[in-house]
Ligand binder design. Structure first.
Ligand SMILES: [Zn+2]
Length: 153
């Protein structure tokens, strides 16, 4: 078969939200793109560390439980059960953060990271470095917060 299908890692179709007219700033040159990729990889590393830390903290809390030795080797199902219990014991806030971290790492792995889920534009790398789990660009985030304020008031 002569046709060579290359899977595009970046979602270039973009404009699903056609109601807003917004100019996307985008890394365009190879240099810009590879620099962005590089910095995203750094973000991934720090996310992995943060995740590790969260799990460790949760783990040490778990170790204080009396039934810690109550899990003989019962295979995957048991492990899944333990994982689930473990997740339940993570406090809500940490659990949400952990979920966000995992999703961010997933997006990095499948190449959709750093794209605003509202407008489809690239999220500025500085914003990503400051708030790695964000899924919105600063404009959309600001807009959303203003809408929330209106709803709350
Ligand atoms: Zn946006």
């Amino acid at each position: 078969m002569p046709e060579k299908k290359r899977q595009s890692k970046r979602n270039t179709s973009g404009s699903t939200t056609a109601t807003k007219k917004k100019k996307c700033k985008k890394a365009s040159t190879n240099k810009e793109i590879s620099e962005r990729q590089q910095r995203i990889l750094e973000i991934r590393k720090s996310l992995a560390q943060q995740k590790e830390q969260l799990l460790q903290e949760a783990g040490s809390a778990l170790n204080t439980l009396p039934d810690e030795n109550a899990f003989p080797d019962m295979g995957d199902q048991a492990t899944a059960e333990i994982d689930r219990n473990f997740m339940l014991r993570l406090r809500g806030r940490e659990q949400r953060l952990l979920k966000k971290i995992e999703l961010a790492m997933e997006r990095i792995d499948n190449g959709t990271y750093g794209i605003c889920e509202i407008c489809g534009c690239e999220i500025g790398i500085k914003r990503l470095e400051a708030r790695p789990v964000t899924t919105m660009c600063i404009e959309c985030k600001t807009e959303q917060e203003e809408e929330e304020k209106i709803i709350e008031s």
